[in-house]
Design a protein around this ligand. Structure first.
Ligand code: NAD
Length: 353
């Protein structure tokens, strides 16, 4: 076995149908008396319900989270938390809401309790992102890692199928890259493989029966594992590409991860055989990149950059931006290999095995 270092992240996970019932107890456990509840405007009803459950321990609802945490949105939320005397932040929603909670924690060191309702995985990571003048900057800080995460599949049954599927592939992308990350290790590899298996089984169930308990709990369980390995490993070309495309062209987050994933895997296939075998085993398929691509098609996910808003004329610049700063990847990328990958992704070609 090759040598490795494993950095475990502290955090408590409460998982299960109706796990939201544990909320008041979990807030008490954190020693909090005034929790500020965050959500997007679309999920305000969920935040109001959370607030009602907390009664006296709620400092109020702040339903102003938006995608990618613009600095001015973060600043207003930090001010609201201070004004309301919050001693804890409850982030109820997807990565955008949890991202806003992280921006408050970064500024104030308040503990976060996260209630994720998508599969993006931010709740399990010490990674934060802030967007200023169109540039998204990310960083790691232990203060932004939620202290407690409540995973309740019942809260995800209204997540539209199309978002559920792209969010699921977003999670699979974390696990796939964790398998060949520079600091991958036996523990994260087990979690990553199991996370992919759970999502590969859960996503078709969710597509068939969006309110069904089995599909929803498989997907959320998979999302937990995939988010965990995102938090403890360093990722590679796939995440770099998505960061550039999302940051510079404002492409939608989960859709971009979905479209790029089979092509990033095809790029790395020969250089990371052990990772590919694990993905194939988890997905019960004979090719990692083609297996992902075929499942995307089967589930009606977007498969091309052109259908999610990228312009062909911008591919050259995107390839250059991806090559600007060096980063680890099992197959060292060249400008030509990245440009070819982007071309395949732009047209939504099935990867060649
Ligand atoms: P999102 O949080 O923007 O949610 C997408 C939409 O779905 C929103 O309108 C939201 O209100 C709605 N929604 C969420 N859950 C719902 C539910 N159960 N029912 C109905 N509607 C629901 O999307 P996301 O993909 O979860 O998060 C994307 C953001 O998270 C990006 O900014 C990305 O960079 C960030 N992210 C960060 C990390 C990290 O570790 N820091 C990890 C993953 C994603």
């Amino acid at each position: 076995m090759k040598s490795f270092t494993f950095d475990a992240l502290a955090g408590r996970v409460v998982f299960g149908s109706n796990a939201i019932e544990h909320l008041a107890h979990e807030i008490e456990r954190l020693g909090a008396r005034r929790a500020l509840i965050l959500s997007t405007p679309e999920q305000q009803a969920l935040a109001e319900d959370v607030s009602k459950r907390l009664g006296q321990r709620s400092a109020g609802v702040y339903p102003h989270a938006v995608m990618h945490v613009p600095v001015e949105v973060a600043r207003k939320a930090q001010e609201a938390a201070a004004r309301l005397g919050a001693d804890c932040v409850v982030a109820a929603g997807g990565g955008s809401t949890i991202g806003l909670g992280k921006a408050i924690a970064l500024h104030s060191s308040l503990p976060i309790l996260a209630i994720p309702t998508t599969y993006a995985g931010s709740e399990m990571t010490p990674i934060y992102g802030l967007t200023e003048a169109g540039q998204k900057k990310t960083g790691r800080d232990p203060r932004v890692l939620p202290k407690t995460v409540i995973y309740d599949p019942d809260l995800t049954v209204n997540l539209p199928v199309a978002i559920s599927i792209t969010s699921g592939f977003n999670a699979v992308a974390h696990a796939a890259e964790a398998l060949y990350a520079e600091n991958s290790n036996p523990v994260t590899a087990m979690m990553a493989e199991e996370g992919i298996r759970a999502l590969a089984e859960g996503m078709p169930e969710v597509a068939k029966d969006p309110r069904g308990a089995k599909g929803r709990s498989d997907c959320l369980y998979g999302a937990w594992l995939c988010g965990s390995v995102l938090g403890t490993t360093s990722m590679a070309l796939h995440h770099k590409l998505c960061h550039v495309l999302g940051g510079s062209w404002n492409l939608p987050h989960a859709e971009t991860h979905t479209v790029i994933l089979p092509h990033a895997l095809a790029h790395n296939e020969a250089a990371a055989p052990e990772a590919m075998r694990r993905i194939e085993r988890a997905m019960k398929t004979s090719g990692a990149s083609t297996g992902i691509f075929d499942l995307m098609k089967q589930l009606g996910a977007p498969v091309s950059l052109q259908e999610i808003g990228m312009k062909q004329g911008d591919l050259d610049r995107a390839a250059s931006l991806v090559m600007e700063a060096p980063y680890y990847n099992p197959r060292p990328p060249t400008r030509d290999s990245v440009r070819a990958l982007l071309d395949d992704a732009y047209f939504g070609r099935r990867p060649r095995q």
